[in-house]
Design a protein around this ligand. Structure first.
Ligand code: AP5
Length: 226
């Protein structure tokens, strides 16, 4: 698919943004940029940024905008981001969205295409409590709905599957509050700009992927309709 665009996947924790970003990145040949993965990587490497943000992620709070923006700006300056990318979990506040608009303009990428992943709260809790992530390649599984062939081991690279520390019920509660207060208002911001598309993300992974690809197809090419 030839899509020269900034794609933004928004939605509550556990909506399937990461799962679908990985599939769409392959389909469109665009890099997948997850600010959550970047922050977890900084924590794992013990960088100064990682040390600052570790307690925030542990409590389910958002990281301050200035820290996230400098991390994103640095990533966007890399050559693989010249023709577009998929943001998973960014922007998450209005100031982040406004600053991103400026960065996209400077890169000549124009308006983003924003996909809002909608899922009922009961499904979110089931998905988060069952999520397992490969500690090597980041592959995402679910012990209820998408288990690995061998329990605890990644099908792809044999890595150990782990539960994210912020998927504990008390932290999930805080992440959902942060989403409602700070991130949900972004859907109105992007709807007013005419760039928001909604996907029913409560369906199966394949069904969501098909719905998403249909949207991306409509946006494709110089005469794309979205
Ligand atoms: P981040 O890593 O971005 O987490 P999140 O937004 O809370 O989203 P998740 O990764 O939990 O869920 P997802 O929607 O990707 O679902 P997934 O595909 O994994 O952020 C973590 C933290 O970092 C934040 O709390 C904050 O502290 C900080 N942060 C990050 N970005 C920031 C920013 N921009 N500003 C400030 N702070 C920031 O799927 C979940 C499970 O469901 C999996 O088990 C999967 O197998 C399963 N699943 C997926 N799709 C389906 C389906 N269709 N049917 C059934 N099961 C499914």
């Amino acid at each position: 698919m030839a899509l020269r665009r900034a794609l933004i996947f928004v939605g509550p924790p556990g909506a399937g943004k990461g799962t679908q970003s990985k599939l769409a990145a392959k389909e469109c040949g665009l890099p997948h940029l997850s600010t959550g993965d970047m922050l977890r990587d900084a924590i794992a490497r013990g960088t100064p940024l990682g040390k600052k943000v570790r307690p925030l992620l542990g409590r389910g709070e958002l990281v301050p905008d200035d820290l996230v923006m400098s991390m994103v700006e640095e990533r966007l300056s890399q050559p693989d981001c010249a023709n577009g990318f998929i943001f998973d979990g960014f922007p998450r506040t209005l100031p982040q969205a406004e600053q991103l608009d400026g960065l996209l303009e400077a890169k000549g990428l124009g308006k983003p295409l924003v996909i809002d992943f909608c899922v009922s709260p009961d499904k979110l809790l089931r998905r988060l409590s069952g999520r397992l992530t490969c500690s090597v390649g980041g592959e995402i599984y679910n012990e209820f709905d998408a288990p690995p062939k061998v329990p605890g081991i990644c099908d792809r690279d044999g890595g150990k599957l782990v539960q994210r520390p912020d998927d504990r019920p008390e932290v999930v509660k805080e992440r959902l509050v942060a989403y409602e207060k700070q991130t949900k208002p972004l859907t109105d911001y992007y709807r007013r700009r005419g760039v928001l598309q909604v996907v029913d993300a409560g369906k199966s992974v394949d069904e969501v992927s098909r719905a998403l690809n249909a949207i991306l197809k409509r946006a494709e090419g110089p005469n794309g309709r979205l």
